[in-house]
Design a protein around this ligand. Structure first.
Ligand code: ZN
Length: 290
């Protein structure tokens, strides 16, 4: 089952095997953005058939003055340098609130982007470190967080090295070539009793299944997860699921103004609970057995 080389590359054939649980009987699905799609009858994951070389160069996000992501990162950097607080997703804040009493321990964030969560974790007393595949993002993350950041994918993390009480991956596993291999590599470095925390877009959300923006489609997002997908892979990895949360309906991410959202609320609740049109986020926490 170990399909990685020492350099962290993977030999996974995404045409023949589910990249999320490595089950080998994929079903064809309608293509997306010119990429063939497959679905897994075992874990209900969905994915794009692609090669490692098809993946985008994320360095461009940190190096292009006109790029939306670049503009946002520059704005966040200015705010931090002016003494502001790192902007966190609600689930990042929730994680931080939960782990803060146990601070002064080690935390690893995979796909740390521009380092905002690392900074928040360091300020909360954690010895935080990052992994980031984009060298330019890693440079920015070091500058912002003042934490060590290794330029590597999770697959490229050496098997031996420091161990961590917490490993986090926020909005990362939808982008990576072989998520199961990535998770295996980081779990090796989690201490017994340590916590893995993940967030991914929810494939039961209409906005994730039919993304309005190119960033939600292949080759950017290449893996699509349902609650069962995360539950299956975390159980396969021998972890105990502590919390699996699916946003119950598409409340805050579809409709811009509070007024429109309030008018839409009855429909959103009905569609969320009766038609399965869920919100666009999945969050999971799992513990490595002690
Ligand atoms: Zn699968």
């Amino acid at each position: 089952m170990n399909e990685m080389t020492d350099a962290g590359a993977t030999k996974l054939d995404r045409g023949k095997r589910c990249p999320i649980c490595h089950h080998d009987r994929p079903m064809p699905k309608p293509s997306m953005n010119g990429f063939e799609m497959r679905a897994c009858p075992r874990c209900r994951g969905r994915w794009a058939v692609c090669a490692v070389d098809d993946l985008p160069d994320y360095d461009a996000d940190y190096d292009d003055g006109d790029h939306d992501v670049y503009q946002r990162y520059q704005r966040e950097l200015r705010d931090i340098l002016a003494g502001g607080q790192p902007p966190l997703y609600w689930f990042q804040q929730r994680q931080l609130d939960r782990i803060t009493p146990f601070g002064r321990r080690r935390l690893l964030e995979i796909g740390c982007g521009n380092g905002m969560f690392l900074l928040a974790a360091r300020r909360a007393g954690w010895e935080a470190e990052g992994l980031e595949a984009s060298p330019k993002a890693a440079e920015l993350a070091r500058k912002i967080s003042e934490c060590p950041v290794l330029v590597a994918t999770a697959c490229g993390l050496p098997g031996e090295g420091p161990t961590y009480e917490v490993v986090s991956g926020f909005e990362v596993l939808e982008h990576v070539y072989d998520p199961l291999a990535d998770l295996r590599a980081v779990i090796k470095r989690l201490v017994p009793g340590g916590m893995l925390t993940l967030s991914v877009p929810n494939d039961r959300s209409p906005r994730v299944r039919k993304p309005p923006d190119p960033e939600g489609r292949p080759p950017y997002h290449i893996n699509f997860y349902q609650p069962q997908t995360l539950a299956t892979v975390l159980a396969d990895l021998g972890l105990e699921l502590v919390w699996l949360y699916e946003k119950p309906f598409a409340w805050s991410e579809s409709h811009p103004s509070v007024r429109v959202r309030c008018l839409m609320l009855p429909w959103l609740v009905l569609a969320g609970y009766c038609l399965g049109r869920k919100g666009s986020r999945l969050v999971a926490w799992a513990r490595k057995p002690a």
